[in-house]
Write a protein of this length. Structure first.
Length: 317
């Protein structure tokens, strides 16, 4: 069964010290942004590749968006290029961009701050592919990861159902994905989903295949809920990432990124199925069963106190 619903309904409050004249020179303001859809992208810079691009797909359902570029480098030059190739640098405004800043304001002078965010706020942005262009102004001596997260105010939302819990090894974990535009389920999209083991660069990502055909593990055909299963044998924390691509009712391409986590935990003790035994007991010899004695061998890995739960069902269920 599905155990948790993981939507991309995010409410992110940023308390930003605004440096540019867009919001008032030297003022501190609070920008509360409701993002109901999310995208993510990343790139790897290095000594031979000091610059690179990431993409943000804006569709015709997006009223506003917050684009945040995050890196451990404080010396990046970051710009956002709209579908008409207008380029806006952090600290200025442009077509569809109502403001942009770096955060925190003292990142450059405070050595305790290990990185910087480069933030753009979009208002009524043009539909199409936007490009985040990043250049490090100092010579890199090692690899540098740069991540872009985009929160969009849009009625078109993606949802991931399942995950977020602990599971035993090899037990199938059911994951569901669906997309809604306001109250209408959307179909015809593709789902690219992979599972990564956190902190393990040697782990080969596992691809999850989804279907909406009513064949197990899917419950019902063509109901809008696409279902897949994950079976992981090694204990650890796993990140499930899905990218959904489709077309809006207005004919524009859209992209939504969904995330959840799965934790595989090796049980400290397990029941041995082949040793289950139950016996009725008539303690007062009146011909009626007073209790049922249940026996079951237990394979114990770690010493401790354990609780065994037994459910009794009648022949009629």
């Amino acid at each position: 069964m599905y155990t948790k619903i993981q939507s991309v309904l995010l409410k992110t409050t940023f308390v930003l010290s605004v440096l540019g004249s867009t919001f008032g020179q030297g003022e501190t303001t609070e920008i509360e942004f409701l993002g109901r859809a999310r995208q993510a992208d990343s790139l790897l810079l290095g000594p031979s590749t000091p610059s690179g691009d990431m993409t943000v797909i804006v569709d015709d359902t997006v009223d506003a968006a917050l684009v945040m570029v995050t890196s451990s480098s404080k010396t990046l030059t970051v710009s956002l290029i709209d579908p008409s190739l207008n380029e806006t640098f952090v600290g200025s405004t442009g077509p569809g961009i109502s403001g942009s800043i770096t955060y925190p304001e003292d990142a450059d002078t405070n050595p305790a701050i290990l990185g910087k965010d480069y933030v753009f706020r979009l208002e009524s942005p043009a539909a199409g592919t936007w490009t985040v262009h990043v250049v490090d102004t100092v010579t890199l001596t090692d690899d540098l990861i740069v991540v872009t997260n985009t929160w969009m105010d849009s009625a078109l939302q993606g949802f991931m159902v399942g995950g977020g819990e602990d599971y035993p090894p090899t037990v199938p974990v059911r994951i569901g994905v669906f997309v809604m535009n306001d109250t209408m389920y959307l179909s015809g999209h593709t789902i690219d989903c992979q599972v990564f083991r956190l902190g393990d660069a040697t782990f080969t990502p596992v691809t999850v295949t989804f279907a909406d055909d009513g064949v197990s593990p899917d419950f019902a055909a063509a109901d809008g809920l696409h279902t897949g299963e994950i079976s992981l044998s090694e204990a650890g924390d796993y990140d499930v990432r899905a990218t959904v691509n489709g077309t809006t009712p207005g004919g524009q391409p859209y992209e939504r990124d969904l995330f959840t986590e799965v934790r595989i935990v090796a049980p400290a003790a397990t029941l041995v199925p082949s040793t289950v035994d139950d016996q009725p007991v008539d303690a007062d010899a009146d011909g009626l069963v007073d209790k049922v004695v249940i026996g079951n061998d237990v394979d114990v890995v770690a010493a401790g106190d354990y609780v065994v739960q037994v459910d009794l069902d009648s022949t009629g269920g």
